[in-house]
Write a protein that binds this ligand. Sequence first.
Ligand code: NAD
Ligand code: L34
Length: 324
Amino acid sequence: MSIIFNRVKDLKQLINLNNLRLFSAKLIDGKSIAKDIQNGLKLEIEEWVKIGHRAPTLHAIIIGDDPASVTYVNKKMEASKEVGIKSERIYLPKTSTEEEIIKKINELNENPQVDGILVQLPVPEAVSERNVCNAVDPKKDVDGFHILNVGKLTLNMDCFVPCTALGVIELLKWFEEDSKTKIFGKNVVVCGRSKNVGLPIFNILHSDARYNLPGLESTVTLCHRHTPKEQLEMFTKSADVVISATGVVGLIKKEMIKKGACVIDVGITRITTPEGKTKLVGDVDFNGVKEVAGYLTPVPGGVGPMTVAMLMRNTFKAAKLLAQ
Ligand code: NAD
Ligand code: L34
């Protein structure tokens, strides 16, 4: 009897019946989409160098020793190496003043060998993030955080678009192609309205496709910390696409999602498991939502690698702009 029981158990494990029954969402594999984009860029950059240009260059400033910032900038350096961008990390002490940081940015602005400049956020509390972002030459602003690029984006003019927003848009294009559906005219909910993440995603999604920087023509609801929970659920429940960028772990639950919807999880939070291990989690209750969604991004391996790939694209764009 116990042999038969064990055999059934083995068989169940082998074909993973439980998962088979519950899993419905298709995974949007940001890591592999990012890799494909980087492989394409590598070839383009090889061509660029072959016709006589120097390799594009990227300089990333890190202020202080925030471990997440160090990890993210390391990812950017690794990707640069892979695609043929020459990159450099510049460490400034946590105690740096705004003047000291801006002096360093100005040196990079004036250096004709430098194409892309970024200051990894967050900056120390005593320093104004806005002043630092505005100090970067808008032509070298590969993060798209300078006031001029922010303004151009809201007017759908060609500009540097923030990397995470670009990454989300690329994932949505992949979804459109894979699912043979268009986002045009569909209902989208964006949770989170930060100037660097939620808002630029919103700007591209809601706007007209006939501009220089084309929008996706969807109907977008932008939710934030003061959107009442019941309202948020009402909006997400009727959305074809839900994008969450809040950093609130488990905000998006399966009851909030329409069957077959596409769910993009931008959130990244480091948690410690009961076993004492560090783990990255998103805003979306992955195991619950995968039972109802049609498409879903994982964390890690979803939007994060796309942010890095889009930075590579923006840096090459800066190199081409500066060579004109
Ligand atoms: P932020 O703190 O600046 O903004 C958070 C936003 O979430 C705010 O607009 C706030 O109003 C909203 N919010 C908070 N609670 C909410 C709730 N209960 N319901 C709806 N909205 C709520 O953060 P950010 O810089 O925009 O980043 C958001 C998340 O995305 C973080 O987890 C961050 O780590 C992650 N992030 C990931 C990437 C990536 O590449 N994957 C890039 C940038 C940020
Ligand atoms: N200036 N500051 C500036 N520009 C940015 O675009 C960023 N951001 C955010 C933080 N501050 C910034 C990033 O680069 C977040 N972010 C970022 C970059 C890379 C990844 C995630 C967020 C990433 O590669 N994530 C991997 C896991 C990385 C890990 O192991 O910790 C992933 O698979 O999600």
